[in-house]
Design a protein around this ligand. Structure first.
Ligand code: PLP
Length: 480
């Protein structure tokens, strides 16, 4: 496996330089597209329309990136569909568990995405989006997750169906069917295959230790039960094989056994028309990542053409539930280096004014890498360092303890700000929003950034937690 590149890897200053398609070094400052990140803290250029300087730590929510990602994937599928003469359409659904914040869900829906959800509270979010006019009737809403008859989630789905007809419950256990049948409402439903993991055969999928989905024989039996239920129609087949699958051949070969099952089911169930591969589409969280999305989609669609032609069934419409791909790049977390500790460790410790482990739990839980770059002093010499969070936890460090990757930051630490980038997927939801954090650190202020059609930036500030918020939350009454 190649060593992840997370930032600048030399002692020399950074000239004008493009790290990727949105992070650019220019005259000593780091830009997110055309937003000067250093100026958010040190001011200048009339504060870029913000009207004030911000203090650190600061969380950045850059909404234009979400739109770009959805539009990019829709464009790629449209191009390849024409190129290979594919007789089906593409549905982009947003897997909302990656980041369920209102501004994110509103932005994905505003860009035309369909919606995937997985819990009872998600149903209330969908209801609120419908009421606010963000989720129009023609948009598909897929309900994944365990929703046995009688649970709150199952009951809420039945209620939701009354106000949103295009609701597709994706059944992953027999216990989910009675609620749907007994509702007597006309439901189009999906079936989820037990397919999580890199399996080359149906037999391997069946014996894998995965809690998601139904085995091959159970899928066939459930399809028969749906066929005889007067109010259900089998519309969608769901097969997800993993997360952040970085090799296109592995991705498509892992899906092949499920495409065969789809084709066999389609021979007996003519209403079946959507193949949903779930999540797994990778996205860059480091600087040396490359995935050819065009080549992946071409391979995927031609594989469907081959297998469906073999089984003499029409090719399906293709759906993906894009979580990490939609949200990873829009989110960044900016900190100030508040001190340097040289205590005889291998490398100097740069201490930041926040926590790495609570802001990006995957960095310590899974050893995940994210991009880290300075926002100021990019035109000055660098040195190899390690980062320490401000909690007193030995795991609150970066790069992750197991990492072979090196991190370089400027030698000049006066007014040194740094950013963690590509952290917009899952990290905030795993770390929790509000509430109490490790070592009682208050939550950072959020800056939501959007762009008007003339390119002008628009800002919304969501204040972080105060000390009183933290104390109240833990049951201390400050007023007493
Ligand atoms: C059912 C389902 N769909 C989609 C996703 C999103 O996956 P990803 O973030 O890899 O796009 C997940 C993630 O766990 C999932 O469980």
């Amino acid at each position: 496996m190649t060593r992840p590149v997370i930032g600048w890897e030399q002692e020399t200053p950074i000239p004008t330089y493009k790290f990727n398609d949105f992070l650019i070094a220019r005259e000593g400052h780091l830009y997110f597209e055309s937003l000067d990140l250093a100026q958010l803290f040190i001011g200048g250029k009339e504060n870029q329309g913000l009207g004030q300087v911000m203090s650190s730590p600061l969380e950045i929510i850059y909404l234009p990136k979400i739109r770009q990602k959805i539009e990019q994937m829709n464009r790629i599928f449209a191009e390849v569909i024409t190129e290979v003469g594919y007789q089906g359409q593409f549905y982009y659904a947003y897997a909302s568990k990656a980041n369920t914040a209102e501004e994110i869900v509103r932005t994905t829906l505003g860009t035309g995405a369909h919606h995937e959800m997985s819990s009872a509270v998600d149903v209330d979010i969908v209801r609120l989006m419908i009421l606010a006019g963000h989720l129009p009737p023609e948009r598909l809403v897929m309900a994944n997750g365990y929703k046995a008859t009688g649970t709150e989630y199952a009951n809420k789905l039945i209620q939701l169906k009354h106000i949103h007809d295009n609701l597709i419950p994706i059944v992953e256990d027999f216990a989910e069917l009675p609620a749907l049948i007994e509702s007597e409402l006309q439901f189009e439903v999906g079936l989820r295959q037990k397919s999580y993991g890199q399996h080359q055969t149906q037999a391997e999928m069946d014996v894998a230790n995965s809690r998601f989905g139904l085995t091959v024989s159970d899928i066939r039996q459930a399809a028969k039960m749906i066929a005889v239920a007067p109010n259900l129609r089998l519309k969608l087949y769901h097969a997800m094989i993993g997360s952040q699958i970085t090799n296109k051949d592995d991705f498509v070969s892992g899906l092949k056994p499920t495409i065969e099952i789809y084709a066999q089911l389609r021979q007996h169930h003519p209403d079946l028309s959507i193949f949903n591969f779930g999540g797994g589409i990778p996205v860059a969280m480091t600087l040396n990542f490359h995935f050819d999305y065009h080549a992946f989609v071409r391979l995927l669609l031609t594989t469907f053409q081959e297998i469906c032609s073999h089984y003499r069934v029409p090719v399906p419409d293709i759906m993906g539930e894009f979580g990490r791909y939609t949200t990873a790049e829009h989110g960044a977390h900016l900190f100030r280096v508040v001190g340097v500790k040289d205590n005889g460790s291998d490398l100097p410790w740069y201490i930041i004014d926040g926590s790495i482990m609570t802001s990006f739990p995957d960095s310590w839980a899974l050893g995940e890498h994210f991009v880290v770059l300075p926002l100021t002093h990019l035109d000055k010499p660098f040195q190899q360092v390690q980062l320490g969070g401000i909690t007193c936890d030995s795991d609150d460090v970066y790069p992750p303890a197991s990492s072979q990757t090196s991190l370089y930051l400027p030698l000049e630490t006066n007014d040194l700000y740094i950013g963690f980038f590509c952290v917009g997927a899952y990290q905030e939801m795993l770390g929790g929003v509000r509430g109490s954090k490790h070592c009682v650190l208050p939550e950072a202020t959020e800056l939501i950034i959007d762009q008007a059609s003339d390119g002008q930036y628009q800002f919304q500030i969501l204040p972080g937690q105060t000390t009183k918020d933290v104390l109240d939350n833990l049951g201390y009454s400050v007023d007493k």
